[in-house]
Write a protein that binds this ligand. Structure first.
Ligand code: SF4
Ligand code: SF4
Length: 139
């Protein structure tokens, strides 16, 4: 079965995405994500392999052990305000990135922007760049 180190888990839900047996259940409300690990007898090891924080280990099955539960507050997007990721997950990504790659040309910390707003902002900047390039060429 799976043992979770709650000091390492960042609430990314990768384990739940890869589990073929629905043994890792996540629930999401508008502001919070919760993850529940059932006592698993299958030991396929996929969740352990895909956990980016190395928070999971396989241990012998023990039905007396309580099934772990963790909950994470979700962080609001700096543009639209929708909640999209856990704070530990964002901090981990920030730590892995070079400081100058975290902001766009206008100083916005892109990691603090939800994927939807990030895509529209990138599209907006790309079309602005295209227009400027055409102006420079006099087209
Ligand atoms: S060991 Fe396999 S079946 Fe068990 S919880 Fe992990 S991914 Fe799911
Ligand atoms: S993959 Fe690892 S870090 Fe992500 S939610 Fe599962 S146990 Fe936590």
């Amino acid at each position: 079965m799976i043992k979770v180190d709650d000091s390492l888990c960042i609430g990314c839900k990768s384990c739940s995405n890869v589990c073929p047996s629905q043994n890792i259940v996540r629930t999401e409300t508008e502001k919070m994500r919760s993850i529940h690990w059932k006592r698993c007898k299958e030991e396929c090891d996929l969740c352990v392999e895909f956990c980016p924080a190395r928070a999971l280990t396989l241990v012998p099955f023990d039905e007396t052990v309580q099934e772990p539960d963790l909950s994470f507050d979700l962080v609001a997007c700096k543009i639209c305000g929708s909640r999209y990721a856990s704070e530990p997950m964002l901090r981990r990504i920030e730590a892995a990135l070079a400081a100058d790659s975290e902001r766009d040309s206008e100083g916005l910390e892109w990691i603090r922007v939800c994927p939807t707003c990030r895509r529209s902002r990138e599209a907006e900047m790309a079309s602005r760049e295209t227009v400027l390039e055409r102006c420079r060429r006099g087209q």
